[in-house]
Design a protein around this ligand. Structure first.
Ligand code: FES
Length: 639
């Protein structure tokens, strides 16, 4: 065994010789950035070996200066003896900025006014509900069984044609009815097209029944505790998904499963562990029992759902991109080891394809796209970009492989929206001096997505880069220099940074950003083209996801990420995946509607033969700022 000491945290862990250093650090309790899932390509998991013996399998693209200072890629280093390892701040995965978490702290009422209005609009008819009943007393002339008596009464004014009872209910039924003088509260759970009688309670039982709405994002997991009798949200907690230790986007996580023995179980435990920690927090905060949480509705992308169910997701990334399951039958909490009532039903909202999952069906429901005459463009930019276009007549969707650049992936100093991330820049057009502000007002350690979009727009505005994203060849300034691999512009000098080096944006970073924004815009164009529509037909643009809450619309239009439409057509609508899960929990109609949405949505596979060339053409044109066709951006270009 080797002893690994981690500084400055003063944590220790004992591991077998030969253990991967990234795994050892995670085991010690420090979460490292591991954007590429340990394939050695992202360079984000850098640590410094201060003392001891380790075998470096691959140096990746670490600069010679860093190598001399003892830097290694943790994912490509094996422990060979006792070690002292320093974890630099830029390599840490610190608390993610979860939009709604902040809201919870500030508001007495957890829901925003709009969310509250949407919830109030719902006809409260939860998929797990209590019904109070008084049964006829049995007699020699009324001698049907207790269960039939219960079923008859349940069906008296309702249409619950297909009712079944769980074994624990049948075992308890006789004594429960006799002890309570045939007065009871019956819990009914939706189970496919049937209803299950899941619990019997006396009329004076004071315990409140709760349900969970969960958004399982690739980056963030958010759990909401909902009072099923009133529809009120009692608590909401969010944190980053612990799977982030094994890769930033779905493809790196699938690769991790493929390349590591036991990888599937690790990712499964990571997401279940994330959800259970959030449930623990909520349960102790609210002073309730786990068994009071009776059911859960989960919304997640297709890969997240496969990993949650411990189903190998490999085919998701292999042509023809077929998921194992899109419509997941209801499951029991104990099957997933989820810390709610043991036999509580877990409902995963249905997906459409390998790259358009239940989070998007849920978002489409929450955004009420299928209720409107006008055409809505729905955009969810997270670690990938998913789009929906449609109205009450038709719905179309696509995934545009935007990649994780807007969450910092593939960008040298890119990072998620965490403390120390620069979110706003200002560049003097004459002196090129750079000002910035960071999340948490601390010295900068990187740039988050909204900061990158703002930066791209500014670099173009002041002429440091041209429309193709290349640095101006004529420009001479100390901030513009040849970096180790390509040209770079210094944004923050090391003396002012929270890390021991200059923070720069390289030409390759800009290329990656242009690819991402080009993919989103090309996806929008492809959907419009396939319906023979143009931008003017779009009635509203709804931007979902945490990322949407931070981007500056002007900047997003300037760089050509979004279509050039009047600003009042755009609306940020927050975490629609979570909202849709809550709506499905509280309303059986909405639960049915989201199934219909997933069935009805036409999926546009952009890599299919009949679309791929058109998509490539659109994609190439959209990799300019704002586009090769300036007529598409009249307000930006003045054309
Ligand atoms: Fe180590 Fe990417 S280089 S996780």
């Amino acid at each position: 065994m080797s002893l690994i000491k981690l500084v400055p945290d003063q944590l220790e862990v004992e591991v077998d010789s030969g253990t991967n250093l990234l795994e050892a650090v995670v085991e010690a309790g420090i979460n490292l950035k591991a954007v590429c899932g340990g394939s050695g390509t992202c360079g984000k998991c850098q640590v410094i070996i201060e003392e001891g013996e380790a075998e470096v399998l691959d140096q990746g693209n670490l600069s010679s200066d860093k190598l001399e200072r003892g830097y290694v890629l943790a994912c490509k280093t094996e422990v060979k003896g006792d070690l002292i390892v320093k974890i630099p701040p830029e390599s840490r995965l610190s608390k993610h900025q979860v939009f709604i978490e902040e809201e919870v702290d500030k508001r007495e009422d957890i829901l925003t006014e709009e969310e509250l209005a949407a919830t109030q609009k719902l006809k409260l008819d939860p998929i797990y509900r209590q019904i109070e009943l008084e049964l006829n007393q049995p007699s020699l002339t009324d001698n049907v069984s207790d269960l039939e008596r219960l079923q008859i009464e349940l069906n008296r004014d309702r249409d619950l044609s297909s009712l079944q009872a769980s074994l624990p209910v049948m075992k308890d039924l006789a004594s429960h009815l006799r002890e309570n003088d045939c007065k009871t509260q019956v819990s009914l759970s939706k189970l496919g097209d049937n209803y299950e009688i899941t619990e019997l309670k006396s009329l004076d039982d004071p315990k409140v029944d709760y349900g969970l709405a969960v958004d399982i994002g690739t980056t963030t997991v958010v759990v909401e505790l909902v009072d099923l009798a009133t529809g009120k949200v009692a608590a909401r907690e969010g944190s980053y998904n612990k799977q982030a230790n094994y890769g930033d986007d779905v493809i790196s996580r699938i690769n991790f499963v493929k390349e590591n023995e036991g990888g599937l179980a690790k990712l499964n435990q990571a997401v279940i562990g994330t959800m259970n920690s959030l449930i623990d927090e909520i349960v102790s905060q609210q002073g309730i029992e786990q068994s009071q949480i009776k059911t859960a509705v989960l919304a997640g992308n297709t890969t997240m759902i496969h990993l949650l169910l411990e189903i190998d997701p490999n085919n998701i990334r292999l042509e023809p991109y077929i998921p194992t399951v899109s419509f997941v039958p209801p499951l029991r909490a104990k099957e997933l080891n989820l810390k709610i009532k043991e036999d509580g039903l877990i409902h995963c909202l249905p997906g459409v394809s390998s790259f358009v999952g239940g989070d998007i069906s849920s978002g489409t429901l929450a955004a009420e796209i299928a209720d409107r005459d006008g055409i809505t463009l729905f955009i969810d930019i997270g670690t990938n970009g998913e789009l929906v276009l449609g109205n009450k007549e038709w719905l179309m969707t696509c995934s545009c492989s935007a990649g994780p650049a807007f969450e910092g992936g593939g960008i040298t100093y890119g990072m998620r929206a965490m403390s120390g991330a620069i979110e706003i820049f200002d560049i003097d057009p004459k002196t090129y001096e750079v000002k910035y502000s960071t999340i948490g007002d601390v010295p900068p350690i990187g740039i988050c997505g909204s900061g990158l979009i703002n930066l791209l727009a500014l670099l173009k505005d002041v002429g440091i880069i041209g429309r193709s994203g290349k640095f101006d060849e004529e420009l001479e300034h100390e901030r513009l220099r040849d970096g180790e691999y390509d040209k770079e512009f210094v944004l923050v000098w090391a003396d002012d940074a929270g890390i021991e080096e200059d923070i720069v944006i390289s030409e390759n970073d800009i290329k990656n950003l242009l690819r991402s924004k080009g993919a989103v815009y090309a996806g929008i164009r492809m959907m419009l083209n396939s319906m023979a529509l143009t931008e003017e037909f779009i009635d509203q643009v709804l931007i979902a996801g945490g990322f949407g809450n931070y981007i500056n619309l002007d900047d997003a239009l300037k760089i050509g990420l979004l279509p050039d439409l009047p600003l009042d057509k755009f609306k940020f609508i927050g975490n629609t995946s979570l909202k849709g899960a809550r709506m499905s929990l509280l309303s059986e109609d909405k639960f049915e509607e989201v199934q219909e949405i997933a069935k009805k949505m036409t999926y546009l596979e952009l890599s299919a033969e009949n679309y791929s060339q058109d998509f490539m053409d659109e994609f190439v044109s959209a990799q300019f700022i704002p586009h090769t066709d300036l007529n598409l951006f009249p307000s930006v270009t003045g054309k």
